[in-house]
Design a protein around this ligand. Structure first.
Ligand code: NAD
Length: 267
């Protein structure tokens, strides 16, 4: 189940972390995957690991805040693999400062990556997804990385929360727009809890600082108590959800948010 045989997927920010794990799982599920990131060396390494495991992968340099960069990434993907069936808007950044502490430049950067990046990615992929959608029973698919911080408030980073709330509603709105226009493109979001990636580590450091210490292990334990399931998430937990949303098994899902948070938002 959750197979992606014959599908071509593009994932932004997939050199490492959740995106990297998802690219690997998608390749195992039969997809050809294209990875775009700012981290060229790490991205090429991830693509190599996929190929070494028998998959097909392409790495392209991508800055999600640039329209020209997205156009080049889409061209390279379609040139190599012939089409595009799945877009994962995964690239994102976290700031970890309060409303009073974050500078205007930091806010503008959050908006550029977390919001403009998703809009530009969606627009760049759209012509290709419109073409492939009608050729598949359940259409083509977009999966947007939101967060639980796009569903409930975040005391750590209200500005990040504002961008992820935007991603949540952009997902629902584009699902409605593309449905109205008769495109066969499903659009869904995924909402991770705390996942132990580089970004996850960054949040422990922020939480420790807010508690007036440098004790990131204590901050990690505090965060752990917010997950009733009794552990923090790992990138594969989210990758499995993304593969599901991208696959035909989610063929009746659009405009939905899949919460994968170890129970955090059950509080
Ligand atoms: P990460 O920092 O490990 O990976 C993010 C990737 O995005 C990096 O490879 C980075 O180079 C890339 N990136 C950043 N800016 C970019 C840009 N301008 N252009 C292209 N690539 C860029 O983070 P992660 O934990 O894997 O997060 C992936 C997504 O999941 C993000 O959207 C994040 O907000 C979301 N998320 C993460 C968590 C968590 O706890 N880790 C929780 C909820 C949501």
């Amino acid at each position: 189940m959750n197979r992606l045989d014959g599908k071509v997927a593009f994932l932004s920010g997939a050199a490492r972390g959740i995106g990297g794990a998802t690219a690997k799982l998608m390749a195992q599920a039969g997809a050809k995957v294209a990875i775009g990131d700012l981290l060229d060396e790490r991205g090429r390494q991830t693509a190599k690991e996929i190929e070494a495991a028998g998959g097909q992968a392409l790495y392209v340099s991508l800055d999600v805040t640039s329209e020209a960069s997205w156009a080049a990434a889409m061209d390279a993907t379609v040139k190599k693999f012939g089409k595009l069936d799945v877009l994962v808007n995964n690239a994102g950044i976290f700031n970890g400062k309060g409303v009073e502490e974050a500078s205007l430049d930091e806010w503008n950067r959050l908006v550029a990556v977390n919001l403009t990046g998703v809009v530009l990615g969606t627009r760049a992929a759209l012509p290709h997804l419109k073409e492939s959608g009608p050729k598949s029973e359940h259409g083509s698919a977009i999966v947007n990385l939101a967060s639980i911080a796009g569903l409930v408030g975040s005391q750590l980073d209200p500005l990040y929360s504002l961008t992820k709330g935007g991603v949540t509603l952009f997902t629902k709105s584009t699902a409605l727009e593309f449905g109205r226009k008769g495109y066969k493109i499903r659009v869904n979001s995924i909402h991770p809890g705390l996942i132990e990636t580089d970004m996850g580590q960054q949040t422990f450091a922020m939480r420790a600082r807010q508690q007036g210490t440098n004790d990131t292990e204590k901050a990690r334990q505090t965060t752990l108590t917010l997950h009733p399931i009794g552990r923090l998430g790992v990138a594969d937990d989210i990758a499995k959800g993304i593969v599901f949303l991208a696959s035909d098994d989610a063929g009746f899902m659009t405009g939905a948010g899949l919460v994968v948070d170890g129970g955090w938002t059950a509080h």
